[in-house]
Each structure stands twice: as structure tokens, then as C-alpha cells.
Design a protein around this ligand. Structure first.
Ligand SMILES: [Zn+2]
Length: 353
């Protein structure tokens, strides 16, 4: 697991396991003063019985991943972080004692800390959005895992690898390698459907991926929710044997799932069309490129936040390469002047939406 990885809104810090394996695990939490070895602090634990064998892996013993520590800026019932507990692995009788010590307090404890709306784990309808680096996100909805713009191979900031990530649907905004990159390989391995603008979907389909073509402005209901393709001012091309060939017009995505609306802008310039999106949709979260040079820079992206009337924003498409190095603090400062909460995520971090 990589540092900074997150399980249901809780940061995990340990060096031993890929966090992707834990996305479907149950999380137990209780004050552990009755259990030795944790210095009286409450602990979080993950229990093997609740493991779903995602990505072909499973676990044979109870592992306690870390102890709870308050995170900076988590006042008012925000997230709690986990601190690593080296060598914390339990089995047999020790495991039973550990389970008893951890108890089953997850409803109350988890809900207060992880759900931004204060709901219990059972009643929480939030989605988990994990930033995988550059413009790649994994959205875990109640029904499906939706991967957006999977560029992991060759991405120096990737939080996972193309052969580890799981997906039911893969949304691809345009053909450039830093967005379309691993889409076909992941779709073929997982059986996920690639949702993309028409010609790009055909391109992915010709390579053996299951695809769903769409056109800009069009929306479609999928099992997890509705996806509408939005205007993006950019270009779109693929590399064919060293030749650059234009394929489809680039788009963004308006994703409505689990009662929330997320706008993924793709690669785009600032455009008046964003005002139209803000007028006609209540945007809970905007994912906006801020890297400049190829897309909006931080100041234009903050103006996009104002036009979209977005309640919350996460910057993307910056600091992956030298050409798009910017200070996300500029975006955060400017966007928050428009009443928008900005989460600057490190690759591997996630938020509940
Ligand atoms: Zn790009």
C-alpha cells in the first residue's frame, strides 16, 4: 500500500499492501484501550472475513493497518488519518481477541468521520473519488466503478498501475495518450465498457474493447447514473505508427450518480459554455485542469469555478510534466474567493462526494 492511500475517506499509511485491494473491505473501529500494544489510542482495523477478492487477491489473516491520528485541518468531525503500525499482523486466537477488541462500532465512528453529510456508513450515499494522477480518477459509486481518463503507464505520478486498477466503465475524454493511454488494455482485462466520443469509441472497439459511443451534448443512463458529454475546447488525436491522426472532438463529462453531480472538464480552455452548465446543473464537484500551456491555467480555472457555481473543486492536469508545472495554491486561493471548497489531492488520495 502506498502512503497517502485512502480507504473510505480514511488515509492509510503503510508500506505493505496495494490499497486497491482494500477498497471493498470492511473497516472496524473502536477505542482500543482494552487492547494492548496501541498506546491506548483508538485503532482502525481491517478484517479478513469482509474481504472481497478484488483483482484476484485475497488475504489470509487479520491485518491492523494503523492507528487513528487526527489529521491537520480535520476540525469539526473531518477525516482521521492512520499511522502505520509496523508488523501488525494477527491470526488464530490473537485475531479473535483483536476482533473482540475492535468490536463493531463502525456505523457510528465511520459515519461521523468519513461522510461529509454526517450520515452513518449504512445511510451514507456518498461516492468515493480517488485521484490516480494527472487527469485519472476512479469514481466508486453504489453500483459501479467508473474510471476516467486512465493514463497510468508512463505517468510519473501514477498512484497505481494499469494491471491493478479495476473498472466497470471507462470514460475517455479524448485521444491523447495522457487520457486514452491505458483505456483499451484495462477494458480488455476487466471487461469494462469504454464510453467515449464516437470516433474514439470506434478506435477503441477496433482494438477489441467493449465500447459505448456518444456525441457531444448527448446524455445516457448507465447502471451507475447518467453521463452527458460536454464541450471542451482542445484537440484530440492518436498515434498510429508514428503518425498523429485526429480522432473525434474532445469532450468533458457531466456525471450524475448517487444524487450528486460531478463535472469532469477534460482538457479545455475556459469557455462561456461553463456558465450554461452552471445555470442548468447544481455542480457538487468540478474536476478542472489547471496546468496551463495545453489547458486552462490556475486563474482561468478559478474563473471556471465561478461560472460553474461549483460547490467544490479538485484541480487536475498539472505538475505531471515540466510543461504543466504550476502552483495549485493559486487556483485554491482564487477559487475559494468564489465560495468553492478546493481539495488539492496528491495521487492516491481520495474524497467522499
Ligand atoms: Zn492532456
Amino acid at each position: 500500500m502506498k502512503d497517502g492511500a485512502v480507504f473510505r475517506g480514511v488515509d492509510l499509511f503503510s508500506a505493505k499492501h496495494p490499497v486497491a485491494q482494500f477498497l471493498d473491505l470492511g473497516l472496524l473501529q473502536k477505542g482500543s484501550q482494552q487492547h494492548e500494544g496501541f498506546g491506548g489510542d483508538p485503532v482502525f482495523g481491517i478484517v479478513q472475513e469482509q474481504v472481497l477478492p478484488t483483482d484476484g487477491k485475497n488475504f489470509s489473516s487479520l491485518r491492523v493497518l494503523g492507528k487513528k491520528v487526527p489529521q491537520r485541518g480535520s476540525a469539526g468531525g473531518g477525516r482521521m488519518g492512520l499511522e502505520s503500525l509496523p508488523g501488525s499482523q494477527f491470526g488464530g486466537a490473537h485475531r479473535q481477541r483483536m476482533e473482540a477488541a475492535l468490536g463493531h462500532g463502525q456505523e457510528q465512528g465511520w459515519g461521523r468521520r468519513a461522510c461529509p453529510e454526517g450520515n452513518s456508513r449504512e445511510s451514507c450515499r456518498c461516492m468515493n473519488l480517488r485521484f490516480l494522477g494527472h487527469s485519472c480518477f476512479l469514481l466508486t459509486t453504489a453500483k459501479s466503478k467508473v474510471l476516467v481518463d486512465p493514463f497510468l503507464t508512463g505517468n510519473p505520478k501514477a498512484a497505481t498501475t494499469a494491471d491493478q486498477v479495476s473498472a466497470d466503465f471507462i470514460l475517455v475524454s479524448h485521444g491523447h495518450g495522457d487520457h486514452y493511454g491505458d483505456a483499451v488494455a484495462i477494458a480488455k482485462r476487466t471487461g469494462a465498457t469504454v464510453v467515449a466520443p464516437y470516433e474514439l469509441a470506434l478506435h477503441a472497439g477496433a482494438q477489441g474493447a467493449k465500447v459505448h459511443p456518444m456525441g457531444c451534448g448527448g446524455g445516457k443512463d448507465f447502471p451507475f447514473g447518467r453521463v452527458q458529454l460536454t464541450i471542451a475546447h482542445h484537440s484530440s488525436s492518436v498515434d498510429e505508427g508514428g503518425k498523429t491522426i485526429s480522432v473525434a472532438a474532445p469532450v468533458g463529462f457531466l456525471i450524475q450518480a448517487d444524487g450528486k453531480t460531478i463535472y469532469f472538464a477534460g482538457d479545455t480552455a475556459l469557455t462561456m459554455d461553463m456558465e450554461l452548465l452552471g445555470r442548468r446543473n447544481r455542480i457538487d464537484l468540478a474536476l478542472l485542469p489547471i496546468g496551463d500551456n495545453f489547458t486552462m491555467g490556475p486563474v482561468d480555472a478559478a474563473e471556471a469555478v465561478r461560472m460553474l457555481k461549483a460547490k467544490r473543486a479538485v484541480p487536475m492536469h498539472y505538475n505531471t510534466f515540466e510543461l504543466i508545472e504550476v502552483d495549485p495554491g493559486i487556483f485554491k486561493k482564487e477559487a475559494e474567493q468564489h465560495g468553492c471548497k478546493v481539495d488539492v489531492l496528491k495521487p492516491g488520495e481520495s474524497i467522499e462526494v
